[in-house]
Design a protein around this ligand. Structure first.
Ligand code: PNW
Length: 478
């Protein structure tokens, strides 16, 4: 079979054995199932975030972030765990680049800690903090790995007065963006401004699950959301002004993914409408350069105060949209003014180790399709996808995370459909390279494809790392 494709093999055997109608169908003429090949040049990567992996919380002049304050406040995180040490990637980054190299990834999505570079969030920069990122970038490039950098993954400098309640924070963010892209822009060509608006706005300021742990009324939350998308827009402008014209700018957003409950025209249209309205304060406003009328009407007197020039900045054209995709939200067409209704799943609906990680791997296809059909972005990256698992390190040093492999294989199978249908998906970043500080869940939820012993900081590849390595090597999912 060596020099024949599977299909030729099948045909050859079929011709030679037409008499043998009783033999199994597969060997005779029916094409054998073939692996799902990704296009040449498709980018495979892993993702991490600064506060979740770096540690070195007070090293070399880093200032505290709202997450340092929050995690050190009793009762806020699992067992009071903090990111003080995390994976100590601040000191062990060369080891982490080796993990990446061994996987064979071409790209690495990392984030920078704003308060490492500007300990007070604004004003005087900290050259030692900046040097750390210079070293990481150089180490990646020396190993043939392309860095994709997120400027902000929730770790707002604690010194910024009022945090995201204060409009001045948006301007400080743009200044930080200008400073770092000016210094790294000769070596880093792909930038993401922010990660997941809802997680540092609503979750931090409305439901108090994340830093800074406040419960503010809707009008204030809408203003905070506005400052967040304004920060993104001003940062896009700042990056463009400080980097070569070839620089690619986008963001990483966990837009709610609405999946048509049945794939018929009416439900597909409902999923598109739901995507637009369900993501109104964030991605929709970025992509359309204005808040949807329906959203403003719905918020009424609580709608944000918008100053002149804000929406122009917020709607700055992007080179790519990064989507963090984990779970589906099923939706159907409905005879109501919105034209859709969200399905309520029964309590038996399956989920992964984290209860919020409900299964539905087709979400990765619909996430891409809904966004592309609505707004036609030039390029899409899956900037995060992955799962927690109740990983156990065996006495032989193995982690048999077959549930994570199942999750990844299924998502990459459905992502392949989007690629095959010519949606402009350029790459995929698996969350995450290694176990890390999982925010309010502390170290109780592991998302890595490398197991980290948080006492010794030893990293061990899990079965999922072997699986991902093989997938990358074949450029195909099987
Ligand atoms: C993402 N949800 O957050 C973050 O970008 C990562 O920092 C995080 O570690 C990872 O996913 C795993 O949680 C999310 O409730 C947080 O749907 C919550 C949700 C989704 C993503």
């Amino acid at each position: 079979m060596k020099n024949l494709t599977r299909r030729q093999f099948g045909k050859g055997v079929a011709a030679a054995a037409t008499a043998s109608a009783l033999l199994p169908r597969f060997a005779f003429g029916e094409p054998m199932p073939s692996p799902l090949h990704y296009p040449k040049g498709f980018l495979w990567g892993c993702a991490t975030a600064a506060y979740q992996i770096e540690g070195g919380a007070a090293a070399d002049g880093r200032g505290p972030s709202l997450w340092d304050v929050f995690s050190h406040t009793p009762g806020k995180t699992h067992n009071g765990e903090t990111g003080d040490v995390a994976d100590d990637s601040y000191h062990l980054y060369k080891e982490d680049v080796k993990l990446l190299k061994n996987l064979g990834v071409s790209t690495y999505r990392m984030s920078m800690s704003w308060s490492r570079v500007f300990p007070d969030g604004a004003g005087k920069p900290n050259p030692k903090g900046m040097d750390y990122y210079n070293r990481v970038v150089d180490e990646l490039l020396a190993n043939g790995i392309t860095p994709y950098i997120t400027l902000f993954h929730w770790d707002t400098p604690a010194a910024l007065d009022g945090g995201w309640q204060n409009r001045a924070t948006s301007k400080s963010f743009a200044d930080y963006a200008a400073y770092v892209t000016k210094r790294l822009g000769d070596r880093v060509n792909h930038w993401m401004t922010t990660n997941e608006f809802i997680c540092f706005t609503d979750l931090g300021y409305q439901i108090a699950q994340f830093a800074p742990g406040l419960k503010l009324p809707p009008a204030e939350v809408n203003q905070i959301r506005h400052h967040a998308i304004l920060a993104h827009g001003l940062a896009v402008q700042a990056i463009r002004a400080n980097t070569p014209s070839s620089t690619q700018v986008g963001l990483a957003e966990n837009a709610v993914v609405f999946v048509p409950v049945i794939e018929t025209d009416e439900h597909v249209a409902a999923a598109r409408k739901a995507t637009r309205l369900g993501n109104a304060p964030f991605l929709t406003t970025l992509m359309e350069g204005k808040y949807p009328e329906e959203h403003l009407a719905h918020e009424g007197a609580n709608a944000p105060k918008v100053e002149e020039g804000d929406l122009k900045a917020i709607g700055s054209p992007l080179d790519f949209v990064g989507l963090n995709i984990y779970t589906p939200q099923y939706v159907r067409a409905a005879d109501n003014p919105m034209g859709f209704a969200v399905e309520q799943a029964p309590s038996s609906y399956p989920h992964m180790f984290s209860p919020w990680l409900t299964l539905g791997p087709e979400c990765i296809y619909w996430g891409v399709r809904n966004v592309c059909d609505l707004w036609k972005p030039k390029a899409i990256y899956i900037t995060e996808n992955g799962t927690s698992s109740d990983d156990v390190l065996t006495s032989e040093g193995r982690v048999e995370d077959v549930d994570r492999v199942m999750y990844l294989r299924n998502h990459l199978t459905h992502l392949h459909r989007a690629v095959k249908e010519d949606y402009p998906v350029k790459g995929y970043f698996l969350w995450s390279l290694m176990d890390n500080f999982e925010w309010a869940d502390g170290y109780s939820k592991r998302f890595g494809i490398h197991y980290v012993d948080f006492k010794t900081l030893k990293r061990t590849p899990k079965l999922s790392a072997e699986w991902y390595k093989a997938t990358i090597a074949k450029n195909a999912v099987e």
